[in-house]
Structure formats: C-alpha cells, structure tokens
Design a protein around this ligand. Structure first.
Ligand SMILES: Cc1ncc(C[n+]2csc(CCOP(=O)(O)OP(=O)(O)O)c2C)c(N)n1
Ligand SMILES: [Mg+2]
Length: 551
C-alpha cells in the first residue's frame, strides 16, 4: 500500500466514510486511492468553502466527522470561514490538506505557503504535518481522536505528496471511543442548592445539551424547581417542535438579550458560554450577564452534558417531574404579496415530519422561530460562528448524513452568493434539499447595523456597499445553470405551491422568494431608538416589545 491507500483504510475503519473534496496536483495520490476503498464516499465541491461547510453540516447530523480534502494553503484559506463556523460550533472535522513533497518545499514553488499558520486559526488543538509514510496512519488516528473528542474540533492533517505516494503505508486500527466524564458530585450538589434556593434561576443550554435527552432532563428540572430554560443564540443543532420541550434562544440583538437576562439571579451553564454581545457598540456593554446575576457551570464543553443533567435531575429528586412539552400548532397558509414573514409562515404551515431546517436567512428569518415552534419535530441548524455562507454547504452535508430526511435551507440573498456553488453539488449528488433564497436585493442587516452603530449620516457610497439592486440577481437562473430545479415567485400562493411541489418530489429544488426587506423605512429608523430605550422600560413592557420584534 502507498500512504494514501493506507490513510484511506484508516479513515473508513474509524468510521469516516465521507470526504468532501476540492483537489489539486499534490492530492492526486489521495484521489487515486479513493477507488481502493469502496466504503469512502467522495463528494466534489467546486469551492473549498462548500467542502468545509458540508463537512460541518454532515458532522452536526451524523454525530461523527467527515474528512475534507483541500489543496495546500490557498485551498485551506478558501475553506476557512466554514471551518471557523465548525470550530465555534464545537463540530468535529478531519481536515486533510495536501502539501508539496517534502523534497520540494526548499524551492518555494508557486503554491508553497505556510499551511500550518493558516490551519492554526481554526485548528488550535491539532495541526500536524505528517513527516513520513510510516507515521501517516498514526498521525491520522491522532487527528481523528482530536476531532471527535469533547469538545469536537477541527483537526488538520497536512499531507505532503511524497508521504502520500510513498510505499509501505500500514493502516492503523480505529482509535478507541472515549467516554467523557459527567460533572463531579460536588459541582452537581452545589448547583442543586442554587436551583433549590428559590431565586430566579435559568439553565443556559448549548452544544450537546440541545438534543432530546438533555432537553427532557432540563425540562424536568424546570418543571420541578421553576427554573427557566434558555438556549445559546446560535446552536449547532437544536431538536425542537411539537412533543419536545421548548427552549427560548438568547436573542441576537444584545439589547433584547438584556431583556431576557435582566430578571435572572443565577445562570447555570450547560455546555454553553455566558452570553456576550455579537459586536461591541459605542457605550454599550459587551458582557450581557447582569451584575446581579451569578454564573455557575454545571457541565463544560469537555464533559458529558446529558449525564451531568441526569445527575442534577437525581440530586433534585426531579426524575418523576412531568416536563412541559410544546403543543402542536401550525400557522395558516399565507396569502397575497410575498414577504419574508409569509415565507416563514408557509414553511411552518407545510413543514414535513423530521425535517432538517437550516436558518441562514438573516433578517428574513426573524419569524421562523415562532412559525415553526409547534410544527412536527425537526432539527434546527444555525450559523454558529457568524461567518456567512454556511447554510447551502451545510445543507449538502446534512442531506448526505441523513438521506431519508428532507432538508430545508432558508438563506439570505447576500449570504447565498458566498457559497452558491453548493447548488451544483446538490444536483450532482441528487440531494433532497429545498433551498429557499430570500431575494431582498440587500445586505439588509448591515443597513440596520449602520443605523445602530451611530455612524455619520451615510452617503451614497456607503449605502451602495450594502445594496444588491444592480444588477439584480436571479437565483432561479443561477440554480438552473447548476442543474437545480428552480422557481422564482413574489406571491404567497406561488410560494406555497412551489414548496409543496418541492417537498413532494425528491430534490434538489430552489425557490427564490422575491421579498421586500423585513426591516426597512420607518421600521429601520425606529429600531435603534427602540433598542436603546429597552433597558429603561418596565420589564413587562420590554418583554412584549422584544416578542414583537423577534418572537
Ligand atoms: C464571511 C463573512 N463576511 C461578511 C460578513 C458580514 N455580513 C454579515 S450579514 C451580511 C449580509 C447578509 O445579507 P443577506 O444574506 O442578504 O441577508 P439580509 O441582511 O438581507 O437579511 C454580511 C455581508 C459575515 N458575517 N461573514
Ligand atoms: Mg439580503
């Protein structure tokens, strides 16, 4: 066996059965080795950001990593934004980056660059350049172990061409599964006392704690002791819908998160960070936990959140408590001229069983949460690291991980253009994805931010940086050009029909929803003022306003 063939066997034996690729010359032996291993599925992406975002989406749904195959430092650099999203979401990825042969680097050829430095940003826990064919499979095993431990991480293995083509590769057996520890008894007891104190307490759930077993345990604690359930603002995967406990996500806008957190005296973190503002704003706080609130950590990202919550349930004697479960409810079918809230309503109206919902709709998705809350159970995937362009690639990965489940990806128009090539991979692989693109011809959220940061009165040059009106994008045509069935509509009836058709026929499909900006005109002007006034309003009024803006 050469190195690449042994590596391929090591990967599949460890359960890594999908590789999202965008190869070049230095990866040719790896590419050739794909045919030596029938268990490895190779999925070509036409941009590295699609490959890395697909690996992220795959791992979120498969609960195990995929591999990527990227071409030297430049290919890795192109894939960085979605590896960043994976890192922030604690999602495992085994990133394989081809490099020049070890004998070639001394010549500083055209594609030579410092790959390790690029990789370190997204792979702080594991970057290794394999030095020999003999060492390669152990290096791969170490990368897999690093990626899939808790917390999950992006592990980058750099594969020089001669290590790949060298003879004498010996596959390694799969690394043993590790069992992460639960919170220790003393921590559980201390937190049980906090929960019993009668003070206003909330559990802030993140990461692994947003799956059904953890949600049920947390909901038992809530039912038994009156604690509130909160979820981190951008979960990597949240199981929700009728029959599951409902959790309120922390709001994206810091002022609204402030309203949610104001009454809480004890905040208990379960695989989550204490909330901070997405950005800093002049004169506003970055750390969103009120001074009067104590923060406790039940379970760190390196610990088993579910086992920790189960221990807390036992300590509180809450095992028999009946968790509050979301009642089924669907919104009506929308009618008339299409708007973003009507698209969200239609999705809620038609949401199929067991769907995977991807929300990268930015301002157009403000109503998605409430419109789908009582729908059939589904998984929600969100933009964990704020680097847009994750949703379409994420849909590719999710659909490959779960071929029996419909994937619906709601994406902003600006956002869609970052990784639009994902559509081609969807068509080529015949993936059951319905991509809904909100064409509001704007980087709308940045227009809101422009008002919020209190910058000088913006002039035409500033405004034109945030506007996508000319030339007008036509996503239906873009999709058709990549082999994806697509329609374009500006009517609610047309949208519902298109969605019904898409859900009834195996995908991929793209529905371009031509909509006005959700926050424009007077709404946009009033929003910053409203947000500023929230902290000084009586709490019940502030809560009503928060629910109106982003329910
Ligand atoms: C990689 C990356 N580049 C740029 C940004 C800044 N950014 C945030 S939102 C946004 C525009 C989103 O526009 P669109 O998808 O059309 O959504 P809308 O605001 O119109 O709802 C941009 C450019 C980012 N978050 N990530
Ligand atoms: Mg837009």
């Amino acid at each position: 066996m050469n190195g690449a063939q042994a590596l391929m066997k090591t990967l599949v034996d460890a359960g890594i059965e999908v590789c999202f690729t965008n190869p070049g010359t230095s990866e040719m032996h790896f590419v050739a080795a794909l045919d030596s291993e029938p268990k490895m599925r190779a999925v070509l992406a036409l941009f590295e950001g699609v490959a890395t975002g697909a690996a992220d989406g795959y791992a979120r749904m498969a609960d195990k990593p995929a591999a990527t195959l990227l071409h030297l430092g430049c290919g890795l650099g192109n894939g960085l934004a979605n590896l960043h999203n994976a890192r922030k979401g604690k999602v495992p990825v085994v990133n394989i980056v081809g490099d020049h042969a070890t004998t070639h680097t001394q010549y500083d050829a055209q594609l030579q660059s410092d790959i390790e430095t690029v990789a370190r940003n997204v792979s702080p826990g594991f970057v290794r350049t394999s030095q020999s064919t003999a060492a390669l499979c152990q290096d791969a095993t170490d990368a897999i172990t690093a990626a899939r431990g808790l917390p999950g991480q992006v592990a980058t293995l750099i594969l020089p061409a001669d290590v790949s083509w060298g003879e004498g590769g010996v596959p390694c057996p799969p690394p043993p599964a590790t069992t992460p520890p639960a919170a220790d008894d003393a921590t559980v007891e201390r937190i049980a006392q906090v929960v019993r104190s009668g003070k206003k307490t909330a559990l802030l759930l993140g990461g692994q704690a947003l799956r059904e077993p953890s949600l049920l345990a947390a909901a038992r604690i809530a039912a038994h002791c009156g604690a509130q359930l909160l979820a981190e603002v951008f979960p990597n995967r949240l199981e929700r819908g009728a029959g599951l406990p409902a959790v309120e996500r922390i709001a994206y806008l810091a002022e609204m998160a402030g309203v949610q957190l104001a009454p809480i005296e004890h905040l208990i973190l379960v695989d989550a960070k204490a909330p901070v503002s997405f950005f800093a704003y002049p004169g506003k706080k970055s750390y969103l936990v009120p001074d009067t609130c104590a923060v406790h950590e039940l379970s760190t990202p390196a610990q088993d959140a579910r086992a920790s919550l189960d221990k807390l349930v036992q300590a509180l004697g809450a095992a028999q408590a009946q968790p509050a479960l979301q009642a089924p409810h669907r919104p009506d079918r929308p009618r008339g001229a299409l708007t973003a809230p009507k698209v969200c309503k239609a999705v809620g109206h038609l949401l199929p069983e067991n769907a995977i919902l991807i929300d990268e709709a930015i301002t157009s998705g403000l109503m998605l949460n409430v419109m789908t809350a009582g729908g059939p159970r589904h998984d929600l995937i969100t933009l964990t690291g704020g680097a847009i362009g994750q949703g379409l690639p994420g849909a590719v990965g999710a659909a490959i991980a779960c071929p029996q489940r419909p994937v619906i990806a709601l994406i902003g128009d600006g956002t869609a253009m970052y990784t639009i090539q994902a559509l081609w991979t969807m068509a080529r692989e015949g993936l059951n994805v319905t991509a809904i693109i909100f064409n509001n011809a704007s980087y709308s959220v940045l227009n809101v931010e422009l008002e919020r940061v209190g910058a000088e009165e913006p002039g035409p040059k500033a405004k034109s940086q945030l506007d996508l009106k000319g030339p007008v994008l036509n996503f239906a045509q873009l999709a058709q050009g990549m082999g994806v069935h697509a329609v374009r509509t500006d009517a609610a009836e047309g949208f519902c029909k298109a969605l019904e058709y898409a859900l009834a026929h195996p995908g991929p499909h793209l529905i371009e929803a031509v909509v006005p900006e959700s926050l424009s005109g007077a709404k946009r002007k009033v929003l910053p003022w409203l947000l500023r006034s929230l902290p000084s309003l009586p709490q019940p009024v502030a809560r009503v306003l928060k629910r109106k803006i982003a329910p």
